[in-house]
Design a protein around this ligand. Structure first.
Ligand code: NCD
Length: 306
């Protein structure tokens, strides 16, 4: 039985095959409409979510399956003190597969050790978010034709932004990747990601303090929200929250074929005036999130399209 806890749980070949499947689902969604009849997905969300939870649910419904779950820790037995290990033993009796989001780093990994069903990490604290990465990869591949030979700028909260950690770990396995890390000093990429995914592999990277100074080089600009819920004090959050705001003026420095991504939700970091720019791809990215999750459910349940 396979789980998806970090993006490295799938090889590059498996990841590419999953993205090919997601492309096929996008082209022929009806062909997949009854692949998971009789199967159940449990969504165990101990932290807020709009896209991840609902796209998982939409994905299972599109496959003909059913969904059950909870959307906050308060409405689950976690509020009574139940451990993740016990909860997953119980959920294993009700569902065929589960997606778990948890504020504690490593909680989905712990769940996978006690589970009888595949566990998908839907975001664990400030650590990893592998299914957002699949969404990002599908979008980048569609826009650029390949995941190799691109300069990728990541901007904002690189410290707590789990989507950034997973995306860098995954992209660093492709050839010709260059990373440009744009953040305030306090929100720089954690050492374990920088060392393991970039430095030890000898990949070229640059750190920058402003978007303008690096914009002309970028093929991808991945904007992120400052992760208020992971800060120790509100004053620091308020001081840093508007460090970067992408607007039309900054877009004028970019290549004509730049691709702007954002895992969403956005707060202030992309001005709404950018939404109409053809280089803004963040709502397309949302749509792709359903297709990759459909492909992922099929893979982990070992279901072949009927
Ligand atoms: C992200 C997350 O939860 O990490 N959202 C998402 O899943 N699309 C990004 C964020 O909350 O800033």
């Amino acid at each position: 039985m396979r789980h998806l806890i970090t993006p490295l749980d799938f090889s590059v070949e498996e990841t590419e095959a999953l993205l090919d499947r997601a492309d096929d689902i996008a082209a022929n969604p009806k062909a997949y409409a009854s692949c998971c009849v009789g199967k159940k997905l449990a969504t165990l969300f101990y932290e807020p979510s709009t896209r991840t939870r609902l796209s998982f649910e939409a994905a299972m419904l599109n496959l003909g399956g059913s969904v059950l779950g909870f959307a906050s820790a308060d409405t689950s037995s976690a509020s009574k003190g139940e451990s993740v290990a016990d909860t997953i033993r119980v959920i294993s009796c009700y569902a065929d597969i589960c997606a778990m989001r948890h504020p504690k780093e490593g909680a989905p990994l712990v769940a996978s050790l006690y589970s009888k069903i595949p566990v998908i990490n839907a975001g664990d604290g400030g650590h990893q978010h592998p299914t957002q990465t699949l969404t990002d990869l599908m979008t980048i591949r569609a826009k650029k034709g390949s995941l190799s030979g691109i300069t990728v700028g990541l901007c904002g909260d690189l410290k707590f932004g789990r989507t950034v950690h997973s995306l860098i770990m995954s992209l660093s396995r492709y050839t010709g990747i260059r990373f440009v890390l744009i953040s305030p000093k306090e929100l720089r990429l954690p050492g374990y990601v920088l060392q393991e995914a970039i430095v030890k592999k000898g990949l070229p990277y640059q750190e920058a303090a402003t978007i303008e100074e690096v914009m002309p080089q970028l093929d991808i600009l991945y904007m992120t929200r400052v992760q208020r819920e992971r800060f120790f004090n509100e004053e620091d959050y308020i001081r840093l929250k508007d460090s970067y705001i992408l607007d039309k003026r900054k877009m004028a420095f970019a290549k004509p074929d730049l691709c702007v991504l954002h895992p969403l939700p956005r707060v202030n970091e992309i001005a709404p005036e950018v939404d109409d720019d053809p280089r803004a791809a963040y709502f397309e990215q949302v749509q792709n999130g359903v297709y990759v999750r459909m492909a992922l459910i099929l893979k982990l349940l070992e279901v072949e399209p009927c």
